[in-house]
Design a protein around this ligand. Structure first.
Ligand SMILES: [Zn+2]
Length: 79
């Protein structure tokens, strides 16, 4: 029995840019953020973590790389 799809769990979190202007919503492996000071996103960047504000959720665009990687994972059954 294969449960790869279920192992590949992830959550999204808006991450502000270091410059303080804007940010991007990245996907992270796991069920949810456990309060760690930094995490490695699905797209491979390591980023400091912080509690997002509601505005961050609305304003930050989804990271296209994270999105693509997760999409590819879901379509590994062939095409
Ligand atoms: Zn990303």
């Amino acid at each position: 029995m294969s449960s790869d799809a279920r192992i590949a769990r992830h959550y999204w979190l808006p991450i502000p840019e270091a410059s303080g202007r804007g940010g991007v919503r990245h996907a992270f492996p796991g069920a949810r953020w456990l309060g760690t000071p930094s995490e490695t996103a699905v797209c491979g960047i390591e980023t400091p973590m912080a509690e997002p504000s509601e505005v961050d959720w609305i304003c930050f665009p989804t990271c296209p790389e994270c999105h693509q990687i997760l999409k590819d994972r879901h379509s590994t059954r062939g095409r």
